[in-house]
Design a protein around this ligand. Structure first.
Ligand code: AQP
Length: 338
């Protein structure tokens, strides 16, 4: 989830990632790397979305550890805390408070027809938090008065709800929220599961063989690529429909090597799946190593990490609180007495 706001000539870009498992190369290519690149253009607010993560069951100790792991990994991947703001969602109470306000104007039927809810409810239980996830996401976006929101196709429905809630609130209580526009991202960066190329690579799948974690050891990377599903036939060819597994591996190779998919395809035409996979594994080992080195340096200095998160929360709170109070004030809350 990402959004950009233009404020006093400064663009704020809000982006979120859930500490719901081990961050993987899909999260890196599809999200983190893009935020790193956007830092020169925008003031990036990188949010560790723990409130979203608990919409499906989480073990407390794991959630604590993953939250700090994600923070250290964001920095290791290149989010520069001197230029950007890294914060934990639950440290900015305005997210939950605005979500509550928005819940009071959200029709139940709209939430029940959300695809993500329908997909997750059978495995995670029909909890109200899971149902209300899109309302919290609307609060995340609206608090920072984001102007355009780059979203993948799977998040379009949630952005539509955000727009409709913002319009409804503005019509009823007066101009409060900027109506965010969707900026549809091409899905080229989407990586699929190594054990099931029909579903996206996902950090909360039961099997760690589904993904390459950013902190996987070289041996794990080699093993996972070796056992990654391939398609029938022998040819290394990019064919999304008939060879989805090889197409996925080619996309991963292309993204990490910087070569076009067609060039990788040409290079490996006539070689074996085994040879291609071996080179892919070595490429990933080499590319993830510097991130892992920086991660271990960062994770080893907990005091500095906690300070970055504390400073980040303060900066986010100042902006978020302003929008929240404005909204509450318009609704008739006695915000001036707070
Ligand atoms: N497979 C993927 N390919 C490309 N991008 C991906 N992202 C996630 N999976 C892929 C992007 O990572 C960002 C953070 O995602 P999230 O933490 O909000 O959760 P998610 O999108 O639901 O990702 P996961 O890994 O599948 O997490 P779980 O299993 O916890 O639900 C988003 O920008 C997302 O697009």
């Amino acid at each position: 989830m990402v959004g950009a706001q233009k404020k006093m000539n400064k663009q704020i870009l809000l982006s979120g990632i859930q500490p719901s498992g081990a961050l993987h190369i899909g999260n890196y290519l599809g999200a983190i790397k893009q935020w790193v690149d956007l830092q020169s253009e925008y003031r990036v607010f990188a949010m560790i979305a723990d409130l979203h993560a608990i919409t499906v069951p989480q073990e407390p100790e794991a959630l604590r550890n993953k939250t700090l792991e994600v923070a250290a990994l964001l920095i290791a991947c290149g989010i520069d805390h001197k230029k950007s703001v890294i914060f934990i969602q639950s440290h900015v109470p305005a997210h939950a408070e605005l979500a509550w306000v928005l819940n009071t104007i959200t029709p139940l039927g709209e939430l029940e027809r959300m695809t993500q809810f329908k997909e997750k409810k059978d495995t995670s239980g029909e909890m109200a938090g899971l149902l209300n996830y899109p309302v919290l996401m609307a609060a995340d976006i609206l608090l920072y008065q984001t102007e355009s929101v780059p979203v993948g196709e799977d998040q379009q429905q949630h952005l539509e709800l955000t727009r409709s809630l913002a319009n409804k609130f503005n019509n009823r209580f007066g101009d409060t929220f900027r109506i965010p526009k969707a900026h549809i991202q091409k899905d080229t960066a989407r990586l699929m599961g190594l054990d099931d190329p029909t579903k996206k690579m996902s950090k909360s799948t039961p099997s760690a063989n589904n993904y390459i974690g950013l902190l996987d050891t070289p041996d794990d990377i080699r093993r996972k690529i070796k056992i990654a599903i391939t398609d029938s036939g022998k040819e290394i060819a990019y064919d999304e429909e008939n060879k989805p597994a090889i197409a996925n591996l080619l996309r991963i190779f292309s993204a990490f090597s910087g070569s076009a998919v067609a060039d990788v395809e040409t290079k490996y035409r006539g070689t074996s799946y085994a040879e291609f996979k071996q080179d892919l594994a070595e490429l990933l080992v080499a590319k993830l190593e510097p991130i892992q080195v920086r991660y271990h340096e960062r994770a080893g200095d907990q005091d500095a990490l906690l300070k970055i998160l504390k400073d980040g929360a303060e900066q986010a709170r100042a902006i978020a609180r302003e929008t929240l109070y404005n909204a509450q004030n318009k609704m008739g809350f006695l915000t001036s007495l707070k």
